[in-house]
Write a protein that binds this ligand. Structure first.
Ligand code: COA
Length: 323
């Protein structure tokens, strides 16, 4: 699989740590020292499909293809505009990719990696030729803006890549999930409501709708699983860790990224970061960072890349790609 083009888009409204300190009991020092985050972009009206369509159009332009050349759209999100139609179909309409088969994938913050694997499987099977893979989130709508332990962490945004089949570029992936630990990071509940079920009042609905997280459990899980699955994917690809040019990790917390670099014994310089600008944008974080690196020239001399992430589910994954 070869990446032909990439793009990203974030909503124009930037919310700083100082802005958040006006609505919850927090401060810039606490947020930046615990997480590395200084600001995030929050949608003031654009839906996940709007963010995705902007990122997608940029990726298609960058690839040199036309929207009508795209024969599949795989869209990773945990915050679609609605359940029906799926968000990928809404994006298809917005960008005019009339020849594409479209569906959504939800693996929370690991979603983009899972979607990329799915694209690779379809390309390898020869079913499709040019696949648009998108990660898009409007996490702000499932964020409890009165909960300081979560509202400082997340942001909105979208990233996209266009991929095509290419035998000369290796691709290996490792993924995993642990549903038993699901409650550690959960939310956006749409409880069963029908004429047989009583007692689903709006207050309970609102409570289960917002994201809730056991931060320390997620932290422990991330610093263990990410280096573990990176080790596994490198073994599968038969590539030494020192031969990797860059590690493009899910942007959740600078301390998690530093811990992964230490555990792998790799120079932190090989772990680019943009979470200070965007916070954790879940499924969008890896493709946003990838696109920024590509556009800045940081990938010009990079050939072997590892992508890795973790998130709700719990889910995790690592992919080895060649540029
Ligand atoms: N501002 C100020 N104080 C805050 C705060 C905030 N935004 N959020 C929490 N606190 C307080 C807590 O109330 C607690 O106070 P107490 O000691 O008086 O009870 C104190 O800070 C420490 O809280 P704790 O939760 O132990 O902090 P932490 O060092 O574990 O950091 C996280 C919290 C969320 C930053 C950290 O656990 C983390 O990053 N976890 C991973 C989360 C993640 O990556 N999620 C996304 C997965 S895709």
């Amino acid at each position: 699989m070869k990446i032909l083009g990439s793009g990203h888009y974030v909503p124009h409204t930037k919310v700083t740590n100082d802005d958040l300190a006006k609505i919850v009991d927090t401060n810039d020092e606490w947020i930046s020292s615990r997480t590395g985050i200084r600001s995030r972009h929050i949608s003031d009206g654009e839906e996940a499909s709007d963010l995705a369509a902007n990122a997608a159009m940029e990726a298609i332009k960058d690839s040199g293809l036309n929207a009508t050349d795209i024969d599949m759209i795989l869209l990773a999100t945990l915050t679609p505009d609605r359940m029906l139609p799926n968000c990928a179909c809404t994006v298809q309409k917005k960008i005019g990719a009339v020849n594409a088969t479209c569906f959504d994938i939800n693996a929370a913050c690991s979603g983009f990696l899972f979607a990329l694997n799915t694209a690779n499987a379809y390309l390898t099977a020869g079913m499709y030729k040019n696949i648009l893979v998108i990660g898009t989130e409007t996490l702000s709508k499932v964020t409890d803006w009165s909960d300081r332990s979560t509202c400082v962490l997340f942001g909105d945004g979208a990233g996209a890549v266009v991929v095509t089949a290419d035998d000369s570029k290796s691709f290996y992936a490792v993924t995993g999930a642990d549903g038993v630990k699901g409650p550690v990071l959960a939310g956006a509940s749409t409880p069963l409501r029908n004429m047989l079920i009583k007692g689903n009042d709006d207050e309970n609905l609102a409570d289960s709708y917002f994201m809730k997280m056991d931060g320390q459990e997620v932290f422990k899980f991330a610093v263990t699983k990410v280096p573990e699955c990176i080790g596994q994917v490198l073994e599968k690809a038969d590539v030494a860790v020192e031969d990797i040019d860059l590690f493009v990790l899910h942007q959740a917390n600078i301390r998690i990224i530093s811990s992964v670099s230490k555990r792998l014994g790799v120079d932190p310089e090989k772990f680019p970061v943009n979470l200070h600008k965007y916070g954790n944008t879940s499924a969008a974080s890896i493709p946003i960072l990838f696109d920024e690196l590509r556009k800045s020239g940081a990938l010009d001399n990079a050939h072997k890349i590892v992508l890795s992430g973790f998130g709700g589910g719990l889910t995790w994954g690592a992919s080895y790609i060649e540029l």
